[in-house]
Design a protein around this ligand. Sequence first.
Ligand code: CMC
Length: 355
Amino acid sequence: MSKNICFIDGLEGILKYRGIDINQLVDLPYDAISYLLILGELPGDQELAEYSACLHGAREVNREVLDVIHMCNFNVDSMEALRTIVSFMSQFDPDITDSSPEGNTRKAIRLIARIPTAVAAHYRIVNGNEPVPPDPSLSHGANFLYMIRGSKPSQLEAEVMEKDFILSAEHELNASTFSSRVTASTLSDLYSAIVSGLCALKGPLHGGARAEVMTMIEEIGSQENAEKIILEKIEKKEKIMGFGHRVYKTYDPRGAIFKQLSRELAEAKGDMCWYEIAEKIEETVIRELVEKKGKPIYPNVDFYSGVIYKYMDIPPQLATPIFAIGRVSGWIAHCFEQYEKKRIIRPRAFMLDEC
Ligand code: CMC
């Protein structure tokens, strides 16, 4: 394996996957990024074609899994449903007891391919619609939008969804990756490790922030309201969702790319409303918290991605599952690295004082 899975410079705002800057990776297909993360280097044309064929061909879930998705219908949060579904999927994986690198890679491909299908099917069922079977001719991003909508997305929407999955794919030892890695460190199976990641991602301080950003923007409703409402939140010492980061003490490089993408979508749709509200929120937070109080509270990955979902008519309940669809490749890369170490992660309690 070449290079560290991830490199972050939180002061300079640099993010690299396997030694390659995120700005160079964001225009590639998600399949290539997934290959890079879990197999260690960018694929050549032939390797990418073969890997994509495996991923796209593994997207369908079986009848029993669809039955469980139907059972998760009533009042079940989409992340609760997803962790249940992924857990259930493991019993049909023919490689479940094969923990060789080859067996784990086959499981990885099924997980990456089928999690979007499970998310989309649950979403459609909850909304009273039949699931739409995956289309193997479509990219990861385009296929997901097709499965939730039942119609093919525009080229721009498909590209934005693909980039969203790439920007969410990996971020070093965040809470969910750490959870996955701890589970893998016991030499438990890959499905168990991914379920651990899903459980940690669900919380509002981690993957759940994106949905809260969407709700906040919706509640603010207009550019004129933005400054007043944000000032009130700051006054009440409420956290502004989509801002701040444990590692970045400057602008999150993913946030900057998402900002540009949300602007492109707003212009293409001829509706700047959500973008302008977001810009006003950002302007107010930076003025009040960064410039006046000296706190490094900039937009993180969740802020402008929330704006993008508003433009793509993606509801808040899908925001965290979408994060999971992208992140699963990163979780798997970390699990594979941990399986090679064959050493249990066992921190001491006093280390928590620093968290
Ligand atoms: N809005 C207002 N103030 C904030 C915010 C925010 N979003 N984030 C941090 N602060 C303040 C905080 O109140 C504290 O002030 P003081 O020192 O006066 O008490 C100071 O900044 C340090 O905050 P912290 O909570 O100790 O920082 P942390 O490194 O423990 O937390 C964080 C990082 C991301 C959990 C936090 O910034 C936060 O809760 N942000 C909002 C939720 C969010 O957007 N989460 C997504 C994170 S990025 C994706 C991911 O990694 O999952």
